[in-house]
Design a protein around this ligand. Structure first.
Ligand SMILES: [Zn+2]
Length: 324
């Protein structure tokens, strides 16, 4: 049985590239490793329209190193005000691969997100009709819910009713972190899939507290228990075709991640250059432990994991409809 897999040019199905100088400083790391990436829309202001996504895509392409063969797959930021007509425009554009649902206040730059899912029903109906996937940040924002329970509560309160109401809607459960999430995705109806990050496969929540608070291990959703991590590894390395790599690489300025003021942050595609040498290092497709000085351990993804996802997204279909 092989103990190492090398993905020579995978796709990243969940990526934050930010904008401006940050975009220019990080996009090359992704383009050097990945052929394509699903680019998340939580800019300030958020990418709520196809016109904004087109402009953002142009900025990404302009920021690429010369000749880099990289295709950004754009997403829209769902709000209470997103119209069904915008979904029509998104499909026709050929550049939008999905619509991201952030519960308002759940994570970085999510303030403009959805306040009540019921307000999006008409838009979700149109997405269902057109085969446009909904990509979901799965955490309740209720401050009375334990931070480690927020994903599981969102499944119960929002996702289960949503999958029953919209029986054909394609749903990507972004960055699964718990055993409950794995069970929901693998046991769910057709049309449900998930991304998994390297950091949630490699670490459990103990990492946050080893020798004191360790803010570089703070990401959202937060790391979970060892039992949860084991469930993720099993899902990523098992036979299920519903699980994809999404690094959730999300650059933050170092100044915003000090122990005094820690924002959630993992920059997996560029981490090697941003972290002290004693910190774990994540790179695309494989994970290394620079602290131990040992050579690379294998990346946890099945070699065929990214061959499934394209059929999920409407881009190729929209292009063929557009005649090119
Ligand atoms: Zn993310």
């Amino acid at each position: 049985m092989p103990d190492q897999l090398i993905l020579r040019r995978p796709d990243d199905w969940h990526l934050h590239l930010r904008d401006g100088a940050e975009l220019k400083s990080v996009v090359g790391y992704t383009a050097a490793r990945f052929a394509r990436a699903v680019v998340m829309p939580n800019l300030v202001p958020p990418v709520t329209t196809v016109a904004l996504a087109q402009a953002y895509r142009d900025r990404i392409l302009a920021a690429l190193p010369a000749g880099a063969p990289f295709e950004p797959l754009m997403t829209l930021y769902l709000t209470d005000a997103t119209t069904p007509a915008e979904i029509d425009v998104a499909l026709a554009s050929g550049i939008i691969c999905g619509v991201k649902l952030y519960p308002a206040g759940a994570t970085t730059h999510s303030e403009g997100g959805v306040t009540r899912i019921e307000r999006c029903h008409a838009t979700l109906e149109r997405m269902q009709q057109l085969g446009m996937p909904l990509q979901v940040h799965v955490e309740v924002t209720d401050p009375s819910v334990d931070v480690f329970e927020r994903e599981a509560r969102f499944i119960d309160r929002v996702l289960v009713p949503l999958t029953r109401r919209f029986t054909q809607l394609k749903i990507v459960f972004e960055h699964v972190t718990t055993r409950a999430a794995v069970e929901f995705v693998r046991g769910g109806r057709a049309g449900i899939a998930a991304t998994i990050t390297p950091q949630h496969l490699l670490e459990n929540r103990n990492a946050l507290f080893v020798g004191g608070l360790r803010p570089h291990y703070y990401c959202l959703p937060v790391l979970k228990s060892e039992s949860d991590r084991e469930a993720l590894v099993e899902a990523a390395t098992g036979a299920s075709a519903r699980v994809f790599l999404g690094t959730d690489s999300a650059p933050h300025a170092r100044a915003s991640s000090t122990p005094k003021s820690s924002t959630p942050r993992v920059t997996s595609s560029a981490w090697r250059d941003l972290r002290a040498s004693t910190e774990p290092t994540f790179t695309a497709g494989r994970a290394t432990r620079s602290a131990s000085g040992s050579s690379a351990s294998p990346g946890p993804y099945r070699s065929g994991s990214n061959s499934v996802q394209p059929s999920w997204f409407p881009i190729a279909r929209a292009r063929s409809l557009a005649g090119h």
